[in-house]
Design a protein around this ligand. Structure first.
Ligand SMILES: [Zn+2]
Length: 140
């Protein structure tokens, strides 16, 4: 199946249409079976902007590569955090506060889990947090 973006030369309506092949499109066009759903004109052409023949398996492969790329970056980021930050688990909000209010702990970097409400509360108190998705190792 091929998806073409078609344009009506009469009213400039642009719409998508599926064809079993490019030959089928040519055939239907020649016989004037293609019509605009708005003005019913038969002056239908392939739209010039047509991103049309994007092979679906290629599209999927691109998506998978993109996801892999993001996952890799997140993994690197996660490693950096593990190496440089102290894990405080569910105590994140508490620890963040104690660092913020206790001068001695000022330079300690931590990471952990917090609810959206806790993050919002911390923000209100002027404590900046950075949120990011955490990928578990087993998801590789
Ligand atoms: Zn039209």
């Amino acid at each position: 199946m091929i998806k073409y973006k078609l344009i009506c030369k009469n009213c400039n309506n642009i719409f998508d249409s599926w064809f079993s092949s490019s030959k089928e499109y040519e055939k239907l066009k020649k016989r004037k079976y293609l019509n605009c759903d708005i003005c019913d004109s038969r002056k239908i052409e392939k739209a010039l902007m047509a991103p049309n023949v994007l092979n679906s398996s290629e599209l999927k492969r691109n998506d998978i590569n993109k996801i892999k790329d993001i996952k890799l970056k997140l993994k690197e980021f996660k490693k950096f955090i593990k190496d440089n930050f102290k894990y405080v688990g569910d105590n994140f909000a508490y620890e963040a506060r104690s660092i913020h209010y206790d001068i001695k702990k000022k330079n300690k970097a931590i990471y952990g889990k917090a609810s959206l409400k806790e993050i919002e509360d911390l923000k209100q108190e002027g404590i900046q947090t950075q949120e990011f998705p955490w990928i578990e190792d087993k998801e590789n």
